[in-house]
Design a protein around this ligand. Structure first.
Ligand SMILES: Cc1cc2nc3c(=O)[nH]c(=O)nc-3n(C[C@H](O)[C@H](O)[C@H](O)COP(=O)(O)O)c2cc1C
Length: 173
């Protein structure tokens, strides 16, 4: 099986979740080709197989981030700035807008990171919807992983939960 885990992450928390999901997929299917790519690193070629695509990003203002919410985020390290084609600022929302339609049989799942307290909102449902619009079959319920503060860290147990979520996704493949 081939799997691609795509993430947007300003402070590194969603990246950690993405890596844990990939580890979970590999634990179920040690022969799987699993890659983890930051959202600006994905090329149309990466999406040309009939693979499992897992995509996630942080929750900003109850939903997916925007160029403005990313600009409003304080103290973002250099690694948190993703560049689209032409150097434009890029997040999962922009990526969904430009991604090619799914090839036959491709499946997808979506996740986000979010705070624990309501109303935290969430980005994952909209990410799943965006991929469904591109012809992907949604393979799991969108899932939110919890951070303890805007800059993290992840709540205890969330990396393990992400590994298990990834492992379950691969089992259903
Ligand atoms: C501008 C901004 C707005 C945010 N709004 C929300 C929100 O509405 N709900 C929520 O649960 N978390 C919110 N957060 C916290 C993010 O969920 C948190 O920063 C994110 O999960 C961290 O992931 P990252 O390290 O991958 O960027 C916000 C953070 C920022 C910077």
């Amino acid at each position: 099986m081939e799997a691609l885990v795509v993430y947007e992450s300003l402070y590194g928390n969603t990246r950690k979740v993405a890596e844990a999901i990939a580890a979970g997929i590999s634990s179920t299917d040690p022969g799987a080709l699993v890659r983890v790519l930051r959202v600006d690193e994905v090329t149309p070629h990466d999406l040309s197989g009939g693979q499992l695509v897992v995509a996630g990003g942080p929750t900003h203002a109850l939903r997916m981030s925007t160029a403005q919410s990313r600009r409003n985020a304080p103290d973002v390290p250099a690694a948190g700035h993703a560049q689209g084609p032409g150097g434009s600022d890029m997040g999962i929302r922009e990526w969904l807008g430009t991604m090619p339609d799914a090839s036959n049989g491709a499946r997808a799942a979506a996740f986000d990171t979010r705070l624990a307290f309501p109303p935290s909102g969430g980005a994952a449902r909209a990410i799943a919807k965006g991929m469904r619009r591109h012809g992907y079959k949604i393979a799991a319920r969108p899932h939110g992983f919890v951070v303890r503060g805007a800059r993290g860290p992840l709540r205890d147990g969330e990396e393990q939960a992400a590994r298990e979520w990834g492992a379950a996704l691969a089992r259903e493949h």
